[in-house]
Design a protein around this ligand. Structure first.
Ligand code: ADP
Ligand code: ASP
Ligand code: MG
Length: 408
């Protein structure tokens, strides 16, 4: 008998039929004697619909009120799933984030979980009930509803598993595991039986939305046994996120390719090449809470240099505006940008012990005539910024060049 946290995403909860099928799976696990806590997302498309609705009323929605609106999607699915469970004779009770008391900080729309009160959930489990918890939402110390950022139900799932010291956290989605890259872009992508926690962290942070990055961080910090599975299949082992590199992993130099269409590039041209200039440029951007990702500063010439960096696409106009307002202060000749870019990254712990990954990557892109705008590397990843129109092509050719379509 184990305590299992199961998280079901939007597609898995997307219709009454899907909800009934989730209830059946939960019932099967119950019948095996396991204690089950279920975390659910809103029905697919619902959160997008709610955001659009909010924007119709207020172009820049008030963050507190936006959270009130967008947290409702999950309140619907918890109730529906609890009903579906009762319909098939499984006792269940639903909880919103506030009812559990998933305490977060006050950063509306991107709040972080600080503490989870287990009392009510433990009592329900002891009474033989399935506990159904709304993903993506929490409550701050003043009782305000907060949300955890897009894809945040993954984080609720893993955080609950950590708080309850669950034996396993199962993330059920519309693919049967973590693939070498998004199978919607490369049909030849292969499911990974295991992926190391470190690699998953990179892949999530570089754009593979199969797991929200914070859920992976949580799993790492609290050593949660985490598995990604399909809610559309009866059987299957999915992908296990491991903490050690096994032998098979050692053979794979590259484990996966991640990509992100959600960035924009800003160029600050002809700034004085002097100490403190990076701070003068990036300071005001950071003060406005804009995350800066890839940064490049050119070698200076004639006392001047160029500076480029990427920001989330949603913050592009705001970041440009900020820089234009400080342009004369920092002494920049011009400020320009491009929001039609993408970032493609190859990820693998095997890179540590292999040379030549970067040259294979650059040669492969060059052979396709794809120009690289920016490069950023770490021990286990290489990222390149490209024109957005090359995204699919780049991911496909790199997937092939690194032999990711071959069984290992
Ligand atoms: P859910 O609603 O269940 O949370 P998401 O849409 O958030 O599902 O995440 C699942 C999707 O992630 C898949 O449908 C797939 O298109 C995408 N994805 C991106 N990268 C990968 C990858 N490396 N492996 C598997 N799926 C990926
Ligand atoms: N419903 C939320 C979203 O669409 C949270 C989630 O699905 O994980 O982002
Ligand atoms: Mg998701």
């Amino acid at each position: 008998m184990a305590l299992i946290v199961q998280k079901y995403g939007g597609t898995s909860m997307g219709s009454p039929e899907r909800i009934r099928s989730v209830a059946k799976r939960v019932a099967r696990y119950r019948a095996q004697g396991h204690d089950i806590v279920v975390v659910v997302s809103a029905m697919s498309g619902e959160t997008n619909r709610l955001i659009a609705l909010a924007r119709e009323i207020q172009a820049q929605p008030d963050p507190r009120e936006l959270d009130v609106v967008i947290s409702t999607g999950e309140q619907i699915t918890i109730g529906l799933l609890a009903m579906a469970l009762k319909e098939i004779g499984v006792d269940a009770r639903s909880y919103t984030g506030t009812q559990v008391k998933i305490l977060t900080d006050t950063a509306h729309t991107k709040a972080r979980i600080q503490h989870i009160d287990e009392t009510a959930m433990r009592a329900d489990l002891a009474a033989g009930r399935v506990v159904v918890v709304a993903g993506f939402q929490g409550v701050d110390a003043d009782g305000n509803i907060t949300t955890l950022g897009r894809g945040g139900s993954d984080t609720t799932g893993v955080a609950l598993a950590a708080a309850l010291k669950a034996d396993e956290c199962q993330i059920y989605t519309d693919v049967d595991g973590v693939y070498t890259t998004d199978p919607r872009v490369v049909p030849e992508a292969r499911r990974l039986k295991t992926v190391t926690f470190e690699e998953m962290l990179e892949m999530a942070s570089l754009g593979s939305k199969v797991l929200q990055i914070r859920s992976v961080e949580f799993a790492g910090k609290y050593k949660v046994k985490l598995r990604v599975l399909s809610s559309f299949q009866e059987e299957g082992d999915g992908t296990l996120i491991t903490f050690e590199e096994d032998e098979a992993m050692e053979k794979a130099i590259i484990s996966g390719i991640a990509f992100n269409r959600d960035e924009a590039r800003i160029n600050v041209i002809g700034v004085p090449d002097k100490p403190g200039i990076a701070y003068q440029i990036l300071g005001p951007v950071a003060d406005a809470n804009v995350d800066v990702d890839v940064i490049i500063q050119n070698v200076g010439q004639d006392g001047h240099t160029d500076f480029s960096f990427t920001v989330p696409r949603g913050d592009y106009q705001r970041a440009l505006g900020i820089l234009e307002s400080v342009q004369s202060h920092i002494g920049a000749k011009s400020i320009s940008g491009n929001d039609k870019i993408c970032k493609v990254s190859v990820v693998g712990v095997g890179m540590r012990s292999h040379v030549g990954i970067a040259s294979t990557m650059f040669r492969t892109l060059a052979e396709e005539g794809i120009n690289i705008q920016m490069i950023s590397t770490s021990e286990i990843k290489i990222s390149v910024v490209l024109d957005e129109k090359y995204l699919e092509l780049a991911v496909r050719v790199l997937h092939k060049a690194f032999g990711l379509d071959q069984e290992i």
